[in-house]
Design a protein around this ligand. Structure first.
Ligand code: NAD
Length: 487
């Protein structure tokens, strides 16, 4: 098995195996080959990991922030030095093209480690004047935090969650998606090599039941989940029943609005990035592409030409743009949405097929697919597909498109392409979405807060915002005069 790790779990600085857990086979989605055999965590291991984290956390929180930051920055350097090897692991685990994982996966996790490692020493409370007396606030760690990952950006998710958590003085137990369990273990090795004390970053494998037991554990203070809206609702309710902190990064059906005056090549580039990157498995994808009538023909012409040039195939080949979907059930789900689109009367403008490729007969491939003449009420315009399926919708004016763009239960992202910057800002200010772009799409630098409005989530990852979500304020009133008591 070509990607078998030393063991399934990483607890208190060591790899740990326990074959009593639920078997979890790791499948390379390009071929169907089993590349590793792991086991989900048992209740005993869950408790062991949480106890280890709880024991290690107070000494870590007591370090000077600059000392915590130094370890994170060292980990960023080690992660970058191992980029090629971890990118390949990520491609085997997810099926995403190596040309993406080489630049967007371990690299993005390293950015998070570097950013929070650098910024944490300047993250302080405030001093409040009270007319002689004063108050100050402290930003204190929460304790043991649980990170639960989705399968589309496994090491990025582990980095985006653990870096601010650790920087702020917490310990973390990370449970990767059962579909993509491998790279979080590599991150655990990186942290260990960088000098992170044992117990502060632990990895437990498993399905939703392991995540749920972690959220219930009395020593856990917070959960940060990336996943679908239904899972997010369950986990948020469970965290709420214990009054625990929670961050939810969930799904979307985001609008990408292209006005007549947009630069056509840039708008097409944005639409391609916002629909086909990572084989369409990106939460913030702009899957409802609203195109104003005056630019529609030109836009579709260039979109078609550039989509034809997308090379689908062996994700380990650096020339390939698009790999398979993460597994067969996701492939089947995407295919069923394509069928629904056709049945509802949308025009299948491009793709829609399931390619058969020699040597990859067991792969979960779907062609990049474009539907035109899509209307707002169609299922493919309302539900998150999470695959390479773009819906192109027509619009006439600004007011109309803003109302239609907002007519969704989701609110993760939105984008606008126009050369009229006044219009761009005006439209963005009216869109009900947490992460927006003007004249680009889907860029998520770690410096910029990321997260959703409405059903797309609560809390934020990245930026300074994430540090607020991994810490709690303690207010301290300091009296400098007499205590004025009526009694
Ligand atoms: P999912 O909801 O099926 O699973 C997400 C994670 O939650 C997995 O690790 C799973 O094991 C765990 N889980 C499931 N049930 C649980 C429970 N009851 N308690 C605790 N943990 C539980 O999502 P997925 O299919 O892995 O990922 C795709 C979804 O994630 C899409 O909807 C996508 O939009 C979303 N996503 C959001 C973001 C974001 O930042 N907003 C990023 C990537 C993906």
């Amino acid at each position: 098995m070509r990607a078998q790790p030393k063991a399934s779990h990483f607890i208190n600085g060591r790899f740990v195996e326990d074959k009593a857990g639920k078997p979890l086979d790791v499948i390379y989605p390009a071929t169907g080959e089993i590349i590793a055999k792991l086991f989900g965590a048992t209740p005993a291991l869950i408790d062991q990991a949480v106890q280890a984290a709880a024991a290690a956390q107070p000494a870590w929180a007591a370090l000077k922030p600059v000392e915590r930051g130094r370890i994170l920055r060292r980990a960023a350097d080690i992660l970058r030095a191992r980029n090629a090897e971890i990118a390949e692991l990520e491609t085997l685990d997810t099926g995403k093209a190596i040309q993406e994982t080489l630049v967007a996966d371990p690299a993005s996790a390293a950015d998070a480690l570097e950013f929070y490692g650098g910024i944490i020493a300047g993250f302080n409370g405030e001093m409040i004047e009270l007319g002689g007396s004063y108050a100050y606030t402290r930003r204190e760690a929460l304790g043991v935090c649980v990170g639960i990952g989705a399968w589309n950006y496994p090491i990025q998710g582990a980095g985006w969650k653990s870096a601010p958590a650790l920087a702020a003085g917490n310990a973390m137990i990370f449970k990767p998606s059962e579909n993509t369990p491998l790279s979080a273990l590599a991150l655990a090795e990186v942290y260990k090599e960088a000098g992170l004390p044992d117990g502060l970053f632990n990895v437990l494998q498993g399905f939703g039941d392991v995540g749920s037991q972690l959220v219930d554990h009395p020593l856990v203070a917070k959960v940060s989940l990336t996943g679908s809206v239904p899972t997010g609702k369950r986990v948020l309710a469970q965290a709420g029943s214990h009054m625990k902190h929670a961050t939810m990064e969930l799904g979307g059906k985001s609008p990408l609005i292209i006005f007549d005056d947009a630069d056509v090549e840039n708008a097409v580039g944005g639409a391609l990035l916002g629909n086909f990157y990572s084989t369409g498995q990106v939460c913030s994808n702009g899957t409802r592409v609203f195109v104003q009538s005056g630019i529609k023909d030109q836009f579709l012409d260039r979109l078609t030409t550039r989509t034809k040039a997308i090379r689908l195939g062996d994700p380990l080949d650096p020339e390939i743009h698009l790999g398979p979907l993460v597994n067969a059930s996701q492939r089947d789900k995407v295919v069923s949405y394509i069928e629904k689109g056709k049945a509802e009367g949308a025009t299948l403008h491009f793709g829609g097929g399931v390619p058969q490729m020699q040597g990859f007969e067991g792969g979960c491939f779907v062609e990049p697919t474009i539907f035109t003449n899509v209307t707002d009420d169609m299922v493919i315009a309302r539900e998150e597909i999470f695959g390479p399926v773009m819906a192109v919708l027509d619009f006439k004016d600004e007011e109309e498109v803003v109302a239609r763009a907002n007519d969704t239960e989701f609110g993760l992202s939105a984008g606008v392409f126009t050369k009229d910057l006044s219009r761009a800002h005006r439209v963005i200010s009216q869109l009900k979405a947490g992460t927006c772009w003007i004249n680009t799409y889907n860029l998520a630098p770690v410096e910029m807060p990321f997260g959703g409005f409405k059903q797309s989530g609560v809390g934020r990852e990245n930026g300074l915002a994430a540090l607020y979500h991994y810490s709690q304020i303690k207010s301290v009133y300091v009296e400098t005069g007499k205590v004025d008591s009526p009694y």
